[in-house]
Design a protein around this ligand. Sequence first.
Ligand SMILES: NC(=O)c1ccc[n+]([C@@H]2O[C@H](COP(=O)([O-])OP(=O)(O)OC[C@H]3O[C@@H](n4cnc5c(N)ncnc54)[C@H](O)[C@@H]3O)[C@@H](O)[C@H]2O)c1
Length: 319
Amino acid sequence: MKYQIHKAVVIGAGTMGASIAAHLANAGVPVTLLDIPSKDGDKNKIVINGWEACLKAKPANLMSAELKTFVKLGNLEDDFGAVAEADWICEAIIENLKIKQDLMARIDEVRKPNAIVSTNTSGIPVHAIAEGRSKEFKKHFLGMHFFNPPRYLKLLEIIPTADTSKEVVEFISHFGEYRLGKGIVLCKDTPNFIGNRVAFGTGAFGLDFIIKNGYTVDEVDSITGPLMGRPKTATFRLIDLVGIDVWDHVGRNLAPLIPHDKLGQEYLKAEAPNKLISTLIERKWLGNKTKVGFYKEVRNAEGKKEFWSLDLNTLEHTP
Ligand SMILES: NC(=O)c1ccc[n+]([C@@H]2O[C@H](COP(=O)([O-])OP(=O)(O)OC[C@H]3O[C@@H](n4cnc5c(N)ncnc54)[C@H](O)[C@@H]3O)[C@@H](O)[C@H]2O)c1
């Protein structure tokens, strides 16, 4: 068979990369998880911290604890050799075009023939990430957009470019559906694809509306969760789960790509929500990954975990 996945590499051990690696382990695929080397102490500190956070997350990313033996950890300096041996290289690093392009240039130099390369970008045009790469690379490159958390969310958007080979799309869609248990939606390479184009339009409108009308975080999450037939993460819990920095990157990347969408522009550029999000990022209140965002994890007097919500006026967390 021309294509097969016996070994995978996932690059980026943050919220998504670590949990995609865990889901590959669930499917019995040996995987090497790589991240940038730490500048101080153990060079693998960043990847170790990302993987440990993934192992502690609830609901569990691994189907059983012993599956972690399928996952090896490394850094992009000492362990890049794993990329040369992989059948599938799944990029899940920071949402920044230039950084993704630079990484793809390194992958292009070492990938073996027929190795498939994917990006987990939330909405950067997939063809732009492959700009400047070899013909063979482009033939084997596509977007594979997992949703958070990948073990549980069924949707997997597959985004070929004009250069992606049809065989690669067919093979990886089959792998995603039958090996990883995902529901495949084939998308065009349009800004933010499908799920996030809808989510970021409504999300930007929602944040502006909430602030203008003085709703609280608790009120909004009580209304916009299961009461409306939506998941428990509702609105603000979802932004905390995604990561407030990631939310910001995706919105900022989207705005220049949709100049024709007047309403989209109005809400993506609305002053109050952007100011709020920027302040949270300055304070490193990035959501679940820093344990503080629109909710803050605290221990009460009895040592029990509580979640305090952010007062959108005072920017203090209250019980
Ligand atoms: N968070 C979500 O819910 C979600 C969902 C779907 C897709 N995505 C996309 O997945 C990708 C990763 O998102 P995330 O939420 O895991 O982000 P994250 O911030 O949790 O992790 C990003 C990782 O990138 C690494 N990184 C930073 N600079 C780097 C560099 N120069 N080279 C290589 N690695 C670098 C970081 O060390 C970190 O581990 C992004 O493209 C994002 O848009 C995120």
